[in-house]
Design a protein around this ligand. Structure first.
Ligand SMILES: NC(=O)c1ccc[n+]([C@@H]2O[C@H](COP(=O)([O-])OP(=O)(O)OC[C@H]3O[C@@H](n4cnc5c(N)ncnc54)[C@H](OP(=O)(O)O)[C@@H]3O)[C@@H](O)[C@H]2O)c1
Length: 380
């Protein structure tokens, strides 16, 4: 039996993690989880999984749930996320919260020697060096949940990093892959949220449409696999069947394929190095599909991806700025305060205004994150 704590249980990845836990209830037990503001779903999860510890974002929700469920321990706020992450009965932390709010709980869970299944890519983007240093120092496993990174992780089983020629991250192209930049001027939130292949949370769906998601993934791959940016390529592949690939020095390429279903990489992270059957997973029938399509990535069309490569290569606090600016800009787009293309304008302004600080401490990252949010908020 593996005991699991889950950050972001009410989100898209969180709910699919719960599906996997439920399906394999003889293998996994949910002992602690966090939610944000979705208290109705929190109640359902408590009733279904009987956890020992639950964290909510707001104090009034905490007060209310404490009275409703006297046999469960409750906590709240950012400290609550950390309490869930380090919950002593848990072996594995699944970090499926959204945004850089996931950083501190991840660092604390690494120190507490938990195995980490990480979906929360913003954590690796904003402070990849701190996370990877902590992973090495405490000797814990950090298992990717993002489908591209899970694919690379799977392709690298039995391989050595020194033999990698390049990583090839595939990109579906998001909701606007067939639109010109001119056509992007007037796109709506509803259109941006209509991803052709994946049903995901709002922020990552917007990030996919702007291609920032792929940019964040490039930085995530740099840290997870210790690979230089010049060895990470992005390839448009609209079917999302090949989840990513690794090319080796001898020109051989290993790819991981499957129908788009996030439960597969979630479950792989939980069962690694073992595999279990997955109910309802649609098996890939290549004969039925017939053709797969690929196209080179245009960095002028998808400027956010270019910003991410540039920020990653500069390093230091530049990726922190990239991530914080993006989080604020996307939230402003969701609120109807700015247009879709203004997301990239705001990120560009934040990056241009920043002088990168090399090898930043946690305190510096937190300060830069805060300042960037204020800067972009003022522009909004
Ligand atoms: N969705 C996917 O298919 C997918 C694929 C690969 C990687 N990822 C990555 O996985 C992470 C989660 O994505 P998602 O799509 O599952 O997001 P989501 O559906 O928006 O869910 C986010 C979760 O975080 C909680 N939350 C948000 N802000 C919070 C805060 N300040 N304090 C505490 N909890 C907070 C939300 O709670 P409430 O809803 O209760 O407010 C919810 O449980 C992201 O980093 C994303 O990039 C997602």
């Amino acid at each position: 039996m593996k005991y699991i704590s889950l950050l972001g249980a009410t989100g898209s990845i969180g709910m699919q993690t719960l599906d996997v836990i439920k399906e394999h209830s003889n293998e996994f037990t949910l002992v602690a989880f966090s939610v944000g503001r979705n208290i109705d779903s929190a109640r359902e999860i408590i009733n279904q999984f009987s956890p020992q510890l639950v964290s909510v974002q707001e104090k009034p929700d905490y007060e209310m749930l404490k009275l409703e469920f006297p046999h469960v321990a409750f906590t709240y706020g950012n400290d609550g996320l950390t309490e869930v992450a380090v919950f002593e009965k848990a072996d594995i932390l699944v970090n499926a919260v959204i945004g850089s709010v996931g950083l501190l709980p991840t660092l604390q869970a690494i120190e507490a020697k938990k195995t980490i299944a990480i979906a929360n890519k913003e954590t690796l983007v904003t402070a990849g060096h701190l996370v990877m240093d902590a992973v090495k120092k405490h000797g814990v496993a950090l298992l990717p949940v993002d489908s591209e990174h899970s694919a690379i992780y799977q392709a690298l089983q039995g391989e050595q990093t020194k033999n990698i020629e390049r990583l090839i991250l595939t990109a579906s192209g998001g909701s606007f892959r067939d639109r010109t930049r001119e056509e992007l001027e007037h796109v709506t939130l509803k259109e941006a949220l209509a991803h052709p292949n994946w049903a995901m949370g709002a922020k990552i769906t917007i990030d996919s449409a702007s291609m920032m998601n792929k940019g964040l993934e490039v930085i995530e791959a740099h840290w997870l696999f210790s690979i230089g940016y010049e060895q990470i390529d992005v390839l448009l592949h609209k079917e999302s069947i090949i989840h990513s690939m690794v090319e080796f020095h001898d020109s051989s390429i290993i790819a991981q394929l499957g129908t788009p279903d996030m439960r597969v990489p979630i479950q792989y992270a939980l069962t690694y190095p073992d595999r279990l059957p997955l109910g309802g997973a649609k098996r890939l029938n290549l004969a039925e599909i017939g053709k797969l399509h690929f196209k080179e990535m245009d960095l002028e069309r998808f400027r956010c991806l270019k910003f991410a490569y540039e920020a990653g290569k500069i390093g230091g606090t530049m990726p922190t700025v990239l991530n914080a600016a993006n989080e604020v800009a996307v939230a402003a787009f969701i609120e109807g305060q700015i247009t879709f293309l203004q997301i990239e304008d705001l990120i560009e302004k934040a990056l241009s205004a920043h002088q990168s600080i090399s090898n930043p401490s946690l305190a510096t990252i937190q300060e830069v994150d805060k300042e960037t949010r204020q800067f972009v908020q003022t522009l909004v």
